[in-house]
Design a protein around this ligand. Structure first.
Ligand SMILES: CC(C)(COP(=O)(O)OP(=O)(O)OC[C@H]1O[C@@H](n2cnc3c(N)ncnc32)[C@H](O)[C@@H]1OP(=O)(O)O)[C@@H](O)C(=O)NCCC(=O)NCCS
Length: 333
């Protein structure tokens, strides 16, 4: 049986930088508050006039990943696109990326698992490769959160956190070690603690198609920040330990932990609990905020391009987010 290996990585973020000072002009907050509570200094916001669409941003990241993998478009057998902010309510952005790339009629799959979306997608790609169904899969995590943010004082705990971007990994069949294991979890009990209600289907036609869409608050992100924080710090640790135990490894074996970039305080807490030194945890939330499904592939791509992930390294990816869902992947690079 073949293993699956990441053979190329790419990322793309919008060109518009939004600093904490910028946010403080729009809502009642300060740079000090945001930095202390989240670690974020700036994030990127999508501009339709500049970036065009999520699928167009994804193409830039995909071209970069293909170049690194020394592959051409026609080498890709399948696309998996993780996003909770696709270009359209349906179809998902995977087919739009396929169209942007000029790829033939290869299969396209969309995954809506929020911040865990990329790790879930990587796991799906791993299974397809291990069963021999596909050889080269393009795995994408991409989000445009900024256009849905509630930029009023009421939305200030979510407005400061999110940012936009895309990351892409090319996964290929290999005789070498690659993805060692993936562990996926969810707890639907907490679905409404971090969610966007509309345009949801489980309601009357009048509610689903309101006259005054903007007057209904269901279209904006709701997040119970405290509850999310408390669950995240527990689940991150659990799912990383689960991955290590499944492979008879210990925290000190990890060469690089790339956690979902939810909040620097969460990453630092996990780092100290796992006894990892600064050089073994990669964070870039300071620059990009929380880019949901894009955060891990952007971070992984940056870490790899900076030479921080090397051949033979044990790399651990871990995510937690809306659902609640959480997941980990352990990779021998
Ligand atoms: C959102 C988060 C940063 C809020 O930080 P917190 O320390 O929990 O803050 P609280 O929500 O308890 O609010 C504390 C106070 O700050 C205020 N506050 C909230 N947002 C603020 C902002 N942007 N600027 C200034 N003050 C703010 C609150 O109104 C509250 O004031 P009060 O005590 O007078 O009522 C934090 O809960 C968090 O990071 N949670 C996890 C979020 C996450 O990771 N989400 C993505 C998951 S994938």
């Amino acid at each position: 049986m073949k293993n699956s290996k990441i053979v190329g990585l790419g990322h793309a973020v919008p060109s518009t930088v939004v600093t904490n000072q910028d946010i403080a002009k729009w809502i009642d907050t300060t740079d000090e508050w945001i930095t202390e509570r989240t670690g974020i200094k700036e994030r990127r916001f999508f501009d339709p006039e500049i970036e065009g669409s999520l699928a167009k941003m994804a193409k830039i990241a995909a071209d970069m990943a293909l170049k690194n993998a020394k592959m051409k478009n026609e080498d890709i057998d399948f696309i998996i696109f993780a996003s909770i902010t696709p270009d359209y309510f349906f179809p998902g952005s995977s087919v739009l990326l396929q169209r942007e790339m000029g790829m033939d009629t290869i299969g396209c799959l969309d995954i809506r698992n929020a911040c865990s979306g990329f790790v879930y997608s990587l796991s799906v790609a791993d299974q397809f490769i291990k069963t021999g169904m596909y050889k080269n899969i393009m795995v994408v995590g991409g989000e445009i959160q900024s256009t849905a943010i509630d930029m009023s004082d009421r939305g200030r705990s979510t407005a400061v956190i999110f940012g936009d971007g895309v990351g892409v990994a090319i996964m290929s069949a290999s005789d070498e070690q690659g993805v060692l294991s993936t562990h996926l979890h969810a707890e639907g009990t907490y679905a409404e603690e971090l969610y966007v209600k509309d345009p949801g289907s489980s309601r009357s036609r009048e509610e689903r198609q309101p006259e005054q869409i903007l007057d209904t608050s269901g279209y904006k992100v709701y997040m119970n920040g405290n509850m999310v924080f408390k669950h995240a710090v527990v689940r991150f640790q659990e799912v990383i330990h689960e991955a290590l135990e499944a492979n008879n490894l210990k925290p000190s074996d990890i060469d690089m932990l790339v956690p979902h970039q939810a909040n620097l305080r969460i990453s630092k807490f996990i780092q100290s609990k796992m006894g990892l030194t600064d050089d073994k945890v990669f964070n870039n939330i300071q620059k990009y905020g929380n880019t949901t499904a894009a955060s891990i592939p952007i971070a992984l791509s940056e870490a790899w391009h900076e030479g921080k992930v090397k051949e033979g390294d044990l790399v651990c990816l871990a995510a937690f987010g809306s659902g609640f869902t959480w997941a980990s992947a352990l990779i021998r690079w």
